[in-house]
Design a protein around this ligand. Structure first.
Ligand code: ADP
Length: 283
């Protein structure tokens, strides 16, 4: 069982030949709605990778909310602890031009309303094997979730993204820190507070440093990458599901999950069957 406490967003992306300058109106050629937010993406990735997943988070009371809720439910994620907050859902407004240059405005919306955990949320955390956390909701809530997990004997994973200051109290409650190279760099020596550190290395794979200081590096399978969006989330979801098999086995599975996500455009976490098939082929 995996519980995610985190963000859920609607990504509204418009394509234009060139990005509008201040005061300018340009014609868009395409509009795409994408379901996102690091919390929701990792929840879906873990569910597809074979986990039983519950999501603790908030959507607004706007037109996007029913769609966001349904997008998790369709993936088999338990949304009993997904609450409705007054106001807007989390939204990212994206423009992309023909040179693939983009602008992004993120409105945290309901994600910022997740300021307290209720009894049901705490029960979902304590009853899980793994708690998956990111930093797209208020940090005090992330700390409270990690501390509840500690009390319940639940293994705490933190993907400290987007990069922002992480209180020591949070790092001290984390069992497994999952960082890419820039997040690793931003945290500096603070990563040494955490028993397990998993660093993703893009096309080079991933590295694990355990409580005894031993380091294992697992190469990524070679794939034809077309879009690396969501590779980190697919990696983290697969890692959380496989963690019970031990860090090295979990990394071997997660690098396949991450690599497969890059072979499809958009956010496209693979299923357990996809990972099984690819692991056999690529071994
Ligand atoms: P993020 O996308 O969060 O910055 P990375 O770029 O390190 O993180 O990618 C996360 C994981 O996705 C990697 O550890 C690897 O398993 C997989 N991955 C990413 N890019 C590639 C690639 N070009 N080829 C194969 N695997 C990749």
């Amino acid at each position: 069982r995996i519980t995610v406490v985190g963000s859920i967003n609607m990504d509204v992306s418009a394509r234009t030949p060139s990005l509008p300058a201040p005061g300018e109106t340009v014609a868009g050629t395409d509009l795409v709605l994408g379901r996102g937010g690091k919390g929701a993406n990792q929840a879906v990735a873990a569910a597809r990778a074979g986990g039983r997943v519950r999501f603790v988070g908030a959507v607004g009371d706007d037109a996007f909310a029913p769609d966001l809720r349904a997008s998790l439910r369709t993936e088999g994620v338990d949304v009993a602890t997904l609450r409705t907050a007054p106001g807007a859902s989390g939204v990212a407004v994206v423009t992309v031009d023909d040179a693939a240059e983009n602008t992004i405005v993120v409105v945290a919306g309901a994600n910022d309303a997740l300021t307290e955990l209720g009894a049901d949320d705490v029960a979902a955390i304590e009853g899980a094997d793994v708690l998956l956390l990111q930093l797209e909701i208020p940090v005090p809530t992330v700390v409270a979730a990690a501390e509840a997990a500690r009390r319940g004997g639940t293994t705490v994973f933190l993907n400290p993204s987007p990069v922002r200051p992480v209180p020591d109290a949070l790092l001290d409650a984390v069992d497994v820190l999952v960082v890419n190279e820039s997040e690793h760099h931003a945290l500096g020596d603070a990563v040494d507070r955490t028993p397990h550190v998993v660093t993703t290395l893009g096309a080079r794979g991933a590295r694990h440093r355990g409580p005894d200081g031993a380091v294992v590096e697992v190469p990524a399978p070679r794939v034809r990458a077309v879009d690396t969006t969501g590779a980190g989330d697919a990696f983290t979801g697969a890692l959380a599901v496989a963690w019970r098999d031990g860090p090295e086995a979990a990394l071997r599975r997660a690098v396949v999950g991450g690599a497969l996500a890059t072979t499809r455009s958009g956010i496209a976490a693979p299923t357990a069957a996809d990972i099984d098939a690819a692991a056999g082929e690529l071994a």
